[in-house]
Design a protein around this ligand. Sequence first.
Ligand code: SF4
Length: 374
Amino acid sequence: MQSTKEINAKERIIAWPRMGRIDIPLKALLVSLGAKVIIPPPNSNEALEIGVKNSIEGICLPYKLNLANYIMALNQGANTLMMFQAPGSCRLGNYTKMAQKTLKDMGYDFDMVIFDMYKSKMKQTLHAFWYVTHCLNPFKYYKGFSLGFNKFFAIDTAEKMLLKIRPREIHKGEAEALYNKWLQIIDDTNSVWAAKKLKKQVIEDFNKIEIDKEKFVPKIFLIGEFFVLLDPYTNKEIEKTLGEMGVEVQRQIMFGDWLEHVLKPSLFYKKESHRERSVRYAKDYMKRAIGGECIETIGDTVYAAKNGIDGVIHISPFSCIPEIVSQNILNKVKRNEDIPVMSLIFDEQTGRAGYITRLEAFVDLVKRKKYKKQ
Ligand code: SF4
């Protein structure tokens, strides 16, 4: 863990960049340890404008939005910024240092606490949380981590149920409304006992929605770069758009699932992780991970082809190096494995109309291929 400035734990007001719904579980964890937090507003055109204005042009979109999140949080009174960094050839490893320098040059005074996600995992994490809160009470850590993890799993479950039910629901918008209701309940839950029951309750509630069981619904894997997969603003609500076109989306990166693998000591992590599955399935095309989600993209596509999935949509931000590599390999994968694959690249210029037309054409192709097979 690295830090840039000593601040008394009681005076810390902590913020972190927006990524999926990490705000809900991380807030629960930090507040349980006695911290004050500020959550920057969801990504938007305003955030993008701030990020673009203060970044170098060629840097990838996640950096620009992360930087905007920091600026907005600092303007609201945050004085401690948390971020993680990862190794590999992806630029994420340099993000925090670049953002830190940019913010200092802009005149902000803050501490930046950086987790190295792949170095001694849980020990690093505990140390970082102790550092920002100075909490020594093991019961508070138990409560914070139990709340955090159970909320992560409940959000993952609600997202999966939404993706499954939305293309089949009889009354349009019902699944989305239920999802939003559960996000609020998950956010409001403050006891470990109640948090442990959330996942089951979410499934039961979604299963009450009336659906058309006979409807012809193709299944499409949504794969690619971590941030763009999890951020609906950046990916232009691709999951919702596809769901409304009658497609069941299966997103291959879920935050809780990923975090469990990254943080849990391997002794207690018994199932095959997404990374391990990807390495196994990608072996004919790629021998090792090269950073970002490159190997996951290849492995997920092969896995989809071998497991009856009807198509794959690969999404990435403009100028993302690992995904440029995987996009080139995907041409060979889709030919060899005989599965429709479409790559979409998002940047601040991406317009909605052109992107919807491409999605419609791809969904049409996938549906026709599925009809033929049947
Ligand atoms: S994976 Fe790609 S978009 Fe994401 S941080 Fe790395 S280079 Fe940027």
